[in-house]
Write a protein that binds this ligand. Structure first.
Ligand SMILES: Cc1cc2nc3c(=O)[nH]c(=O)nc-3n(C[C@H](O)[C@H](O)[C@H](O)COP(=O)(O)O)c2cc1C
Length: 203
């Protein structure tokens, strides 16, 4: 029995392509794996607070020295981290905003950038500590970003690959729904949906 963390990051509601697609994948997955547990976080509707100066001081000092403000700063952050670490797989619905991920997802990820918990650093650089997990990113984009785009405009997929790599999660898959604004939105959603149906049998 696996634990899966399903995250949506679109600020848009039911019409959001990434929400429609991530939900379609989870429904397909549940049909095939009813024994799995799905945890759900809706960061578009329920954003987490930004980390701040007190949070940074707190994670760099022993708990017994924490002020009440530091305790407060970690009160919400620590459970987010524990939840992130407790699952086997991640399914994220991620819109492209400003060529990258929505601020709400970045704010969420920052809670998990924890030395000694999600990564360590030595003379060879960063080494992820969250091993043996898989991530599926279902992205929605207004335009199209084929590999080798002239200006490397896609800062979404490379960012997500890099941050998850830094956590030690290198088994990652992307299903990108492109051209949702500039092309045929329904066609693009339908292509991504059928790709996800297949992936649900193979992931
Ligand atoms: C604030 C904002 C910024 C956006 N920036 C980009 C962008 O840089 N590149 C792009 O291809 N599409 C961009 N789009 C279009 C969205 O990626 C597209 O509408 C997508 O469907 C949004 O995901 P959702 O349907 O899951 O909400 C932007 C949309 C919004 C609202």
């Amino acid at each position: 029995m696996r634990r899966i963390l399903h995250i949506d990051a679109s600020y848009s509601g039911e019409n959001s392509a990434s929400r429609i697609l991530s939900q379609a994948f989870i429904i397909a997955w549940k049909k095939l794996h009813p024994e799995d547990t799905i945890l759900y976080r809706d960061l578009g509707r329920f954003p987490v607070p930004y980390i701040n100066e007190t949070w940074i001081a707190a994670i760099h000092s022993p708990p017994e020295t924490h002020t009440p403000e530091m305790v407060e700063a970690l009160k919400m952050s620590d459970p987010l981290l524990e939840e992130f670490l407790s699952v086997d797989r991640y399914v994220l619905g991620v819109p492209m905003y400003g060529f990258t991920i929505p601020a709400t997802l970045k704010a969420y990820i920052e809670h998990s950038i924890r030395i000694g918990r999600t990564y360590e650093v030595d003379e060879n650089g960063v080494r992820g500590l969250v091993r043996g997990k898989k991530a599926l990113f279902i992205t929605s984009r207004g335009g199209n970003y084929p590999p080798g785009s002239a200006f490397g405009e896609d800062h979404q997929e490379p960012y997500l690959r890099t941050i998850f790599w830094s956590f030690g999660i290198t088994d990652v898959q992307f299903v990108n729904a492109n051209n949702l604004v500039l092309g045929d939105r329904e066609q693009s959603i339908s292509t991504a949906r059928s790709h996800l149906q297949t992936l649900a049998t193979q992931w």
